[in-house]
Design a protein around this ligand. Structure first.
Ligand code: FAD
Ligand code: SF4
Length: 345
């Protein structure tokens, strides 16, 4: 049985108190929300903070407020988000992404804030201490070599959060609070394409809220590739959103790829070919070609990297067809049952 290392624990009741606790020793202190990512990592000694600051009693992080859009507290559980009718209707892509994270039990504990700050993943890293020791560890923790690309000086671990690509496609902004101030940034600015320093969040900052704009006339969707339909991290995902006029003309579009790099990859430029016309098969094919080009999956997660690269185009196609209004329920069922190959030529 893997045991947690020893750590000090604080349970603040306000964001200010949590930020003050972080400020006292930012390098040695970590926040814990649902603990569904951090605690297994601590058991595997991938992360070994001396102090944990629990956020579950900070009620101000657990609000969902409707205004000109919606503001979601970082401590809102994924289960609550999935049960929120307003989110399901107005931000379908986010709802689909949250509903596909892990299992119902983990969604009852796991929060949206923890999901956005999820550690990057790699077959050589997500192993117990003894396994990692046997290969002399790796660059991300305790070692000096990247076993995925031995000449690489950069860690290539994979961004595996489901909700980040969906929120990025919907134009989310976040608030980060520290002991002596706060800043709001575009969610896109939270991420770096670096498997170790994958967040720009400072160690003394608490992610407090996620703000989504009101999106009149927008449709959104999220497609996830994973081995088991019941639960698994994404090894490829596509989030897409488009503003579509009553006559079917695309007025704006946004496409984001997940799990193909150390951060979500915004390929919105590929959606430009869609703007100004209807979502015809030809336009969708051109956008899917362009959107799949930047995907650079590495050989450090499930399925062959060549195949994952190839199906990126197919997944963008499925997402755009759904935005067009096609009935994709059977396609989704077949993907969940792993009847993947050959669905789209
Ligand atoms: C078996 C299994 C399957 C899983 N499958 C998936 C999956 O399919 N998709 C997926 O996306 N995830 C998956 N996860 C990971 C995890 O369950 C979710 O990502 C969950 O949303 C994490 O939220 P949490 O509140 O538990 O985070 P925690 O574990 O509490 O924290 C995760 C990280 O976020 C930081 N953090 C938490 N809250 C804040 C905050 N407010 N401000 C700043 N930093 C913060 C923590 O310090 C830590 O670094 C899986 C986990 C398991 C164990
Ligand atoms: S990509 Fe390389 S450095 Fe990063 S976790 Fe994997 S093996 Fe380690």
């Amino acid at each position: 049985m893997m045991r947690l290392p020893r750590f000090a624990y604080h349970a603040p009741r306000s964001v200010q108190e949590a930020a003050d606790l972080l400020a006292a020793a930012p390098g040695e202190t970590m926040l814990v929300a649902g603990g569904t990512d951090l605690l297994p990592n601590m058991k595997r000694r991938q992360q070994v903070p001396a102090t944990l600051v629990g956020l579950r009693q900070v009620s101000e992080l657990q609000q969902i407020a409707n205004g000109d859009g919606v503001t979601i507290g970082s401590g809102v559980t994924l289960a609550r988000l999935v049960n929120h009718a307003g989110v399901r209707t107005a931000y379908t892509g986010l709802w689909q992404a949250a509903a596909q994270v892990a299992t119902p039990h983990l969604r009852n504990m796991g929060t949206i804030g923890g999901n956005l700050c999820l550690d990057t993943r790699c077959n050589y890293y997500d192993q117990n201490y003894e396994w990692r020791k046997a290969i002399d560890f790796c660059l991300k923790k305790d070692g000096s070599t990247c076993w995925v690309a031995t000449s690489s000086r950069k860690c290539l671990a994979v961004s595996s959060t489901d909700t980040a690509p969906a929120l990025l496609a919907l134009g989310a902004a976040i608030t980060l609070v520290r002991a002596d101030g706060a800043r709001e940034i575009a969610l896109a600015d939270l991420y770096r394409n670096d498997g170790i320093q994958y967040l720009t969040r400072r160690p003394d900052e608490v992610l407090t809220t996620i703000r989504l704009p009101r999106l009149e006339g927008w449709r959104s969707t999220y497609w996830k590739l994973r081995r088991r339909g019941a639960f698994d991290f994404p090894v490829l995902s596509v989030a897409a959103a488009a503003k579509i006029a009553r006559d079917g003309t695309v007025e704006d579009a946004c496409i984001v790829l997940g799990a193909v790099a150390s951060c979500p990859i915004d390929v919105t430029a590929a959606g430009d070919v869609l703007v100004g016309g209807p979502l015809t098969d030809g336009a969708i094919a051109r956008a899917a070609d362009a959107a799949s080009k930047p995907a650079r999956p590495m050989d450090n997660t499930d399925f062959s990297l060549v195949w994952r690269k190839r199906v990126t185009r197919d997944f963008v196609t499925y997402a755009l067809r759904e935005l067009r209004g096609d009935d994709v329920r059977d396609l989704r069922r077949r993907i969940a049952r792993q009847e993947l190959l050959g669905i789209v030529s």
